[in-house]
Design a protein around this ligand. Structure first.
Ligand SMILES: [Zn+2]
Length: 165
């Protein structure tokens, strides 16, 4: 996690202090405590009528060149479900409908620090498969021939998907 240098409230330099039994950044001037929170990530597992799963190939780091389920950060102003469907559309061109919650898990990433990954099951309701945003390819893969996924959180969600099928 990147440390802040200055207090967002009063502009003075931040120090460190032990708050609630944990070392945190704290402003020595106004007393504001800076809590570190994991970033929320939304992910989607979607299958076609043959039961094959939709994957996108990552055009960017981390895990550039590897395949994964559509995934990305939730932004303010949208629900976690809306974030999942937005990422699905941006990366794969598919319009989806959320049909269930598959998995929620905490994960540690090298690039973004701690994240909470929420994986939904979705159905296709429109659109056309086309890679976009930070994906460079899109395709449906039979479960028996899935490539290794870019993120361990998605391997875990996949196990739950297969167990629930
Ligand atoms: Zn301050």
């Amino acid at each position: 996690m990147k440390e802040k240098v200055f207090c967002s409230y009063c502009g003075n330099r931040l120090g460190k202090g032990v708050i609630d039994g944990k070392e945190r950044q704290v402003c020595g001037t106004c007393g504001q405590v800076y809590y570190e929170n994991p970033l929320p990530v939304a992910s989607v597992i979607l299958s076609n009528e043959k039961g094959e799963l939709l994957l996108v190939r990552r055009a960017q780091e981390p895990a550039k060149g590897m395949w994964c389920f559509p995934i990305g950060f939730a932004e303010c102003g949208e629900s976690i479900e809306e974030a999942a469907l937005r990422e699905l559309k941006e990366e794969s061109g598919v319009d989806g409908l959320i049909v269930g919650l598959l998995d929620v898990c905490s994960d540690q990433t090298g690039t973004y620090g701690e994240v909470v990954v929420v994986t939904f099951r979705a159905e296709k309701v429109g659109g056309a498969e086309a890679a976009g945003d930070d994906a460079c390819d899109v395709g449906y893969f039979p479960v028996a021939r899935l490539p290794r996924l870019a993120f361990s959180s998605q391997e875990r969600a996949l196990e739950k998907f297969l167990a629930s099928d």
